[in-house]
Design a protein. Structure first.
Length: 285
């Protein structure tokens, strides 16, 4: 089946605000990272060296905090056309869009987007704001993704990017979404680290369509952060968050994960089987 990294940031890095870009990658890596973002072939060779079959490329719109505009959707669509079998395009629609449902349909049907990203700390709204009458477009976004059968990835856990509002990052804010849209597949990116791991674990255990995604947690810390991870192996996804802050290399993360004292069957489910359930090789019709 091959390994899937369910959280990689191949983004239009040239759009990033300087303060945000300074947090990406490591010293002297900026030009190398931009080269990956401009060349799918180069990135695919990097995946080969890392022993990774597929990568989920998480893009989102956050002009105020990060700098990414709606052009990020066109960027990831064109990028993944280089090898749709190995590269999974994730896009974004802000709830303030004039017609968010139609925009979701356009991304999926015209651009081949395979999932949507919600980043509350960077997009400056809570994932359940529609419940309180704020950001009503969220309801249309979730309903359309549910109808089209595509997953929603929600950033949970803190962000150190300048201006990020971490009060929106508690996974429990996603509970309303899981209740109101029971057929929607929801991925809790980063598992609420480093403050709300128990909240993320609770949601994953309670709701059949909520998955725990492990990116941006040092592999050596995974069983400290998620001590019940072996029992959650049917609902967990491997991800690196490369080249985010503190993530130097996908291969290094993968080796650290494989070294964990967990049954090999659990690792196979997290690395290979579960990603195919959430991000199948054939898009939903």
């Amino acid at each position: 089946m091959g390994i899937t990294d369910c959280h990689v940031h191949i983004n239009p890095i040239w759009q990033m605000h300087p303060a945000a870009r300074a947090l990406v990658g490591h010293s002297g890596a900026g030009e190398e990272l931009e080269a990956h973002a401009r060349s799918p072939e180069k990135f695919l060779r990097y995946l080969d060296r890392c022993g990774v079959e597929r990568a989920v490329l998480v893009n989102y719109v956050a002009p105020e905090i990060v700098g990414y505009t709606t052009e990020a959707n066109e960027f990831v669509s064109a990028y993944c056309h280089a090898d749709p079998r190995r590269l999974v395009a994730i896009g974004s629609v802000l709830p303030s869009h004039a017609d968010p449902a139609a925009e979701v349909e356009r991304l999926v049907q015209k651009l081949g987007i395979r999932g949507l990203k919600i980043h509350p700390p960077h997009q400056l709204f809570a994932p359940n704001d529609y419940v309180h009458g704020h950001a009503p477009g969220l309801r249309a976004i979730y309903a359309t993704c549910e109808r089209l059968g595509i997953p929603v990835i929600v950033h949970t856990g803190t962000s150190v990017f300048p201006g990020a509002r971490n009060r929106f990052a508690d996974p429990m804010l996603v509970e309303d979404v899981a209740i109101d849209f029971p057929k929607l597949t929801i991925v809790l990116a980063h598992g609420g680290r480093p403050l709300w791991m128990d909240h993320a674990t609770f949601l994953v255990r309670r709701f059949p369509n909520v998955f725990l995604e492990l990116s941006s947690v040092p592999p050596a810390k995974l069983l400290e952060y998620f001590p019940t991870l072996p029992k959650l192996a049917d609902k967990a996804l491997f991800g690196s968050d490369w080249p985010g802050p503190g993530v130097k290399d996908i291969a290094e993360n993968l080796a650290g994960f494989r070294a964990l004292p967990m049954p090999s069957e659990a690792k196979t489910r997290i690395l290979e089987e579960n990603p195919l359930r959430v991000f199948p090789t054939t898009p939903p019709t």
